[in-house]
Design a protein around this ligand. Structure first.
Ligand code: ZN
Length: 339
C-alpha cells in the first residue's frame, strides 16, 4: 500500500516519508507534534532518518529530551506552509490546531500524486492539506462522538467554574500538554491569582511564551513567590499528565480537562463537590473529522487504527457518508527493520 500505519504507529507515505514513527529504509521522518503516542522510534529515527518538524516542536523536544538535539544535523525545523524539496518529494507542513507546533503533512510524490497525514487535529482550521490519499487520525472516529456544545462554550464554562471554585480554595488543573497551556491562556484575563507549575512544566511553558502564548502569571513551584501564594491559599496548581498526581487535595478543587471521559451533551461533569471534568478538547469530533476529510479532497483514506481510536467504524462511515475508498490501517510490524 502506498500509505499505511505500521504496528508501532509509524504513518508511512509512499516509501519515502514516515510520520511519528520509524521504519527502516525510509529516509525522512516528519514529527507532527510532541505527544508521547506520536514519538515511537524517535531514537532510531535520530540515527537513520532526516527529521522534519516545526520550530516550536523542535524547541519543546529540546526542553524535554537530551541536550544534543540542537546540535544534530539531521533534525530540521521548517516553516509552516512552505514547500521544501527532499528526496525528490515536495513536503509541506500546515498548522492543525492540536497543540503548539503541531502540523498536518502534505507530500507530493515524484509522479505528482499527493498524499498526507492529518496528525492529531482540531477543527475548524484555516487551511487544509490537499491530497488524493490521506492517513487520518481516528481518535473521535465513532459516530457516537458528536459533541452537542462548541469548544467556546466549553471554554466559557471552564472559566466560570474556576472563577467560582477559587473563592473557596486552591484549584488544581490536570490536562494533557497543549490542552493545559490553552487552558492557562483562557484563564489569563479572568483570574488574577497566580498559577504554580513544577520545574519541568515551567521550563516547557517558557517555550510557549517564546512562541506567543500569554502565560503571564505562572510561578515555578520552588520559588519564594510560589510559597507565598501557597500560604495565602489562592492559586491554581498545574499538572500535566506526566506529573505525579496530588495524593491529598485537601480543600482544593480538582479539575481534569478531557473530552474523553466527558458527556457529549454537557461540557462539565461533576464527580463530587470538589472534583470536575471539563471537556476541553484539542481533537475534532466525529462530524468534524468527516468535514476535514471532505476539505482535503482525498479519494482514498486510511484510518489510523493503531492509536486506540475507532479506525474500523470511521472507515465504514467515510465510505457511507462521503463515498471515499476508506479502510483501517494494517498495523503490520514486518517492515520496521527490513526483512
Ligand atoms: Zn496529540
Amino acid at each position: 500500500m502506498r500509505i499505511d500505519v505500521s504496528g508501532s504507529g509509524a504513518v508511512t507515505l509512499d516509501n519515502v516519508v514516515t510520520c511519528d514513527g520509524f521504519v527502516y529504509g525510509y529516509p525522512i521522518r516528519v514529527q507532527t507534534h510532541v505527544h508521547e503516542d506520536h514519538r515511537a522510534g524517535f531514537n532510531d529515527s535520530k540515527g537513520f532518518q532526516h527529521i522534519l518538524m516545526t520550530q516550536p516542536t523542535l524547541d519543546l523536544l529540546t526542553v524535554e529530551l537530551d541536550a544534543d538535539i540542537p546540535y544534530r544535523g539531521n533534525l530540521e525545523a521548517i516553516q509552516l506552509d512552505q514547500t521544501v524539496s527532499r528526496e525528490n518529494c515536495q513536503i509541506r507542513l500546515l498548522d492543525n490546531g492540536h497543540m503548539l507546533g503541531s502540523v498536518q503533512v502534505e507530500v507530493t510524490l515524484p509522479d505528482g500524486v499527493r498524499c498526507g497525514y492529518s496528525g492529531d487535529f482540531a477543527w475548524p482550521l484555516e487551511e487544509v492539506i490537499e491530497v488524493e490519499e490521506l492517513v487520518l487520525d481516528s481518535t473521535y472516529g465513532s459516530p457516537n462522538s458528536v459533541r452537542k456544545f462548541t469548544q467556546e462554550e466549553a471554554n466559557n464554562q471552564f472559566i466560570e467554574l474556576v472563577v467560582e471554585r477559587i473563592k473557596s480554595g486552591p484549584v488544581m488543573i490536570l490536562a494533557h500538554r497543549g490542552t493545559l497551556q490553552r487552558a492557562i491562556s483562557c484563564l489569563d484575563d479572568a483570574i488574577k491569582d497566580p498559577f504554580i507549575a513544577g520545574p519541568r512544566l515551567f521550563a516547557e511553558l517558557e517555550v510557549y511564551r517564546q512562541h506567543g502564548y500569554s502565560l503571564t502569571k505562572v510561578l515555578n513551584t520552588g520559588t519564594q513567590e510560589a510559597r507565598v501564594a501557597r500560604d495565602e491559599g489562592r492559586y491554581i496548581r498545574l499538572y500535566d499528565t506526566r506529573d505525579l498526581r496530588p495524593t491529598d487535595t485537601g480543600s482544593a478543587t480538582l479539575i481534569t480537562l478531557s473530552a474523553y471521559m466527558s458527556r457529549l451533551d454537557d461540557p462539565v461533569l461533576e464527580y463530587s463537590e470538589k472534583s470536575f471534568c471539563v471537556a476541553l478538547s484539542d481533537h475534532a469530533d466525529y462530524k468534524e473529522t468527516l468535514e476535514y476529510v471532505y476539505y482535503t479532497g482525498a479519494k482514498k483514506v486510511i484510518t489510523d487504527n493503531c492509536r486506540g481510536g475507532h479506525g474500523v467504524e470511521l472507515a465504514l462511515a467515510l465510505k457511507q457518508e462521503l463515498g471515499v475508498d476508506a479502510q483501517p490501517s494494517t498495523n503490520q510490524f514486518e517492515r520496521e527493520w527490513g526483512r
